[in-house]
Ligand binder design. Structure first.
Ligand code: PGA
Length: 224
């Protein structure tokens, strides 16, 4: 299976910026050995999905998901809302959701269930503190259908990626707690360190280095 490179734009970009990023990206991108997953803000999902139809190695993710089904939950985007929009993955439990929106392991577990019930593949973010408690929230046969992203909070957005040896140890721990799942690494991944992380994981999440299109293209080009 191809490794994953997930571009998480977080709450950045206007529609005009998304449009010019994509135009440049699709024009410059040559086939890559990895699967590239774009995780834009919700409002750009439909727009992007129309432009990338013919690129089989490009996929879409949402950055979050409602913990509830479709219904009277004003402001929330449910997994049902995403049907027909070519979204394959849902990032859930990102540390920024925990930090700024006070999400708990219970919320994350509900989001995982919503995603799976609606044929979305959850990319579940954990760090050294949250992995044990979260693993206990759902059965191993549920985790088997998830991808786990190891995202040590000190490495996110700091320019100081986690030591690769520690990432390797975390991947082993995650396999112990969640079973033989795919494990991604996220935290200050850039064109210089991406290959080291890909050696010990099934892919990476890229925040800052995915914002400028040229930088992201450089990062993809650097993959061996
Ligand atoms: P970063 O973000 O690449 O800017 O550290 C990664 C993430 O939040 O997944």
């Amino acid at each position: 299976m191809a490794k994953l490179v997930v571009a998480n734009w977080k709450s950045n970009k206007t529609k005009a910026e998304v449009s010019s990023w994509l135009k440049q990206f699709l024009a410059a991108l040559s086939p890559v050995s990895v699967e590239v997953v774009l995780a834009p803000p919700f409002v750009f999902i439909d727009f992007i999905s129309r432009l990338m139809v013919s690129f089989s190695y490009l996929k879409l993710a949402v950055q979050d998901l409602s913990p509830y089904p479709a219904g009277s939950y004003t402001g929330a985007i449910s997994a049902v809302n995403l049907k027909g929009l070519q979204v394959e993955y849902a990032i859930v439990g990102h540390s920024e959701r925990r930090r700024w929106f006070h999400e708990t392991n219970n919320d994350v577990a509900l989001k995982v269930e919503q995603a799976l019930a609606n044929q979305l593949k959850p990319i579940v973010c954990v760090d050294d503190d949250t992995m044990v408690g979260l693993a206990g929230k759902l059965a191993e046969n549920v985790w088997r259908n998830c991808i786990i992203a190891y995202e040590p909070s000190g490495a996110i957005g700091t320019g100081m990626g986690q030591d690769v040896g520690l990432v390797e140890q975390a991947v082993k721990k995650i396999h112990g707690y969640f079973g033989r799942v795919k494990v991604l690494y996220g935290g200050s991944v850039d064109e210089r360190n991406i290959n080291e992380y890909l050696l010990v994981s099934d892919g990476v999440l890229v925040g800052n280095d995915s914002l400028a299109v040229n930088q992201f293209l450089q990062l993809l080009k650097a993959i061996k």
